[in-house]
Design a protein around this ligand. Structure first.
Ligand code: SAM
Length: 217
């Protein structure tokens, strides 16, 4: 790990709070913020968490949906067991993933999927948009009517078209940047509520092409 990164991380108040509170990642604060602001998670909800490793969001979701709820966590990487969370190791974008999910529908689908960062902004942005499209395609198949979809995206010129594609499928689509997102980071979260099944928007492939296979990420 580069020294500068380690030094900055030690100064990061969200990293320090995550360590103090025994959370699996500083990302946990972002879902907490999104839920406090948009009231995404209710007791008893079924939640699908895409790009879930190491499990920060899943821990928060499991707490907030309570013992009557259920969380299913999906990632390419392994996730150490979490109370009341079912873990599915797999790739979002793989058409067979849905068959391995324990039951449908879900009340909420959240995606914190991130591409492996190349450092080339246009490439990372396009890959991030492709991951949102893959998560959205899955969400459209597994969300209940009225359900909620939340996804991280790296901001850039492809986001407008992405929001246009999402709009017909939801009552409302909003964007936000949680305080725990690093100031310089281009990440945003799209919060889409009131799922309307069967009203597909146009889905154009991004310039980076389809979501790459697991081995390439
Ligand atoms: C920022 S991390 C998620 C952090 C997590 N929300 C937390 O709170 O601990 C992004 C994750 O996306 C996963 N990922 C990227 N592309 C994926 C794909 N196509 N399918 C499944 N997981 C993917 C990565 O393996 C990585 O673990």
């Amino acid at each position: 790990m580069p020294r500068r990164f380690v030094r900055e991380r030690r100064r990061d108040p969200y990293y320090r709070a995550a360590q103090r509170e025994g959370l699996r990642s500083r990302a946990a604060f972002k879902l907490g913020y999104l839920d406090d602001r948009f009231h995404l998670l209710a007791p008893g909800d079924r939640v699908l968490d895409l790009g879930a490793a190491p499990g920060g969001w899943s821990v928060v979701a499991a707490e907030r949906v309570g013992p009557e709820g259920e969380v299913v966590a999906v990632d390419l990487r392994p996730i150490a067991p979490i109370d009341r969370v079912a873990v599915v190791r797999g790739r979002v974008g793989d058409p067979t993933l849905e068959e391995r999910l324990p039951g449908e529908p879900f009340d909420v689908v959240v995606s914190d999927l991130s591409p492996r960062i190349s450092g080339a902004y246009a490439t990372d942005h396009a890959r991030s948009v492709d991951l949102v499209r893959a998560a959205l395609a899955l969400a459209r198949r597994v969300l209940r009517p009225g359900g909620t979809f939340v996804a991280k995206v790296f901001d850039g010129d492809l986001v407008g078209a992405l929001l246009d594609e999402m709009a017909p499928s939801f009552d409302r689509v909003r964007q936000t940047k949680p305080p725990a997102s690093r100031g310089a980071s281009s990440e945003r979260y799209v919060v889409a509520t009131g799922f309307r099944p069967g009203r597909l928007g146009r889905t154009a492939p991004g310039p980076a092409g389809p979501v790459p296979p697991a081995s390439a990420i």
